[in-house]
Design a protein around this ligand. Structure first.
Ligand SMILES: [Zn+2]
Ligand SMILES: [Zn+2]
Ligand SMILES: [Zn+2]
Length: 371
């Protein structure tokens, strides 16, 4: 019998108690052989093996991408020139649907290796000898359109494709998955010996308040980080430090390997509300406050000039008990967006019309008519 233990409740309880668990404490849960395979090289899959997590690709609760390993006679060319390689997918885009329809799906491999280097195979068409190697394949453009990733659907916007970064992409959507990638070892590199003490004092001096969004985290000290402005982890001059909540911190540039759990983001959202943050009155504020997995949809709303929603709205029943959260909400129309299925069910129970992020993107016209 396989024993799975949910440690998230333990961590949540520990967080409430204060500081008893070290920030960089890593649970040494044994990895299963398939997990190692998934992150190194990948696993060959059929159409039924891959799940759809709100439009994104998921394998056993992990975010994955799909690529074609067998490049046939094009292998050598693809190794030398990424433009000649087959595109990899991160969402259930038009191309994937077509492949499935044509029964060509079984040629795919899933992986959560986000190095951007793919192991491909094939043969030399002159000598017929087998060829294999690493190729820096490109992202599928239909996937970017499907998600409106970084506003890609806007005509003339190529930067989302040209500057596409897999680790940044995985971090953007991490709230949609139950398993987030484990921290890499050695990530604490560069910090000075006395860092924990410096960080603690600095957060105290700032009254445990995020210097960007203003949320107060005295009861959740672990959710307030100390960020090095110039990126140098040993430069602890006060002018180089900034106290940021985990949500604001993960949205800083070059923080692609910083994963914040969906539960932690919701906690921060909830505190912003109970601390009487005023509702955002422009789209930039919505972007600053919202989960990054919603940015593609938010961009779409912004270009459609829709009314600005509230971010992170708690749902209370008649006894004022909090039942869940809407990531975005238009209270007058009782319309909202949820990431969690549970949140969605609670909201619907209270009479809201709720869309998942991808449903709203995919049926944007229908969505707009409700506003
Ligand atoms: Zn695609
Ligand atoms: Zn913040
Ligand atoms: Zn930082």
């Amino acid at each position: 019998m396989k024993l799975t233990i949910d440690f998230s409740a333990l961590f949540a309880a520990a967080r409430k108690m204060g500081d008893p668990i070290e920030e960089d404490f890593i649970l040494d849960t044994p990895r299963e052989p398939w997990e190692d395979k998934l992150s190194a090289g990948g696993i060959e899959v059929g159409p039924g093996d891959v799940d759809n997590e709100d439009g994104l690709l998921s394998y056993r609760g992990r975010q994955v991408l799909l690529y074609i390993q067998d490049h046939g006679s094009k292998a050598q060319e693809a190794i030398l020139d990424p433009d000649a390689g087959k595109r990899y997918h991160v969402a259930e885009c038009r191309t994937l649907h077509k492949m499935m329809k044509e029964g060509r799906f079984e040629r795919y491999v899933v992986t959560n290796d986000i190095s951007g280097e793919f192991h491909i195979t094939g043969y030399d068409y002159m000598t017929r000898q087998s060829v294999e190697g690493k190729a820096s394949l490109h992202i599928c453009k239909n996937c970017l359109t499907y998600l409106n990733y970084k506003g890609y659907s806007k005509p003339g916007n190529y930067s989302a494709f040209k500057n596409f970064d897999l680790s940044e992409f995985f971090q953007t959507y991490s709230s949609f998955f139950t398993h987030t990638p484990q921290r890499k070892m050695g990530e604490r590199e560069g910090y000075t010996q006395d860092w924990q003490e410096i960080s603690r004092t600095f957060r105290q001096d700032k009254a445990y308040t995020c210097e960007k969004c203003g949320v107060r985290l005295a009861d959740h000290p672990k959710l307030l980080h100390v960020h090095h402005i110039n990126g140098v982890k040993s430069d602890n001059r006060k002018a180089n430090l900034r106290a940021l909540c985990a949500d604001c911190h993960s949205k800083e540039a070059f923080h692609e390997s910083m994963y914040v759990s969906h539960a932690d983001r919701q906690t921060i959202s909830r505190l912003r509300h109970t601390q009487q943050f005023r509702a955002p009155d422009n789209w930039q504020e919505v972007i600053d406050l919202a989960d990054s997995g919603l940015w593609g949809f938010i961009e779409r709303c912004r270009s459609g000039r829709l009314p600005v929603p509230e971010v992170g709205l708690d749902l209370q029943d008649s006894t004022e008990e909090v039942k869940g959260m809407l990531e975005l909400a238009w209270p007058r129309q009782r319309l909202g967006i949820a990431i969690n299925e549970r949140d969605r069910m609670h909201a619907e129970g209270l009479g809201w019309k709720v869309f998942s992020v991808h449903e709203a993107l995919d049926n944007f016209t229908t969505f707009v008519t409700r506003l």
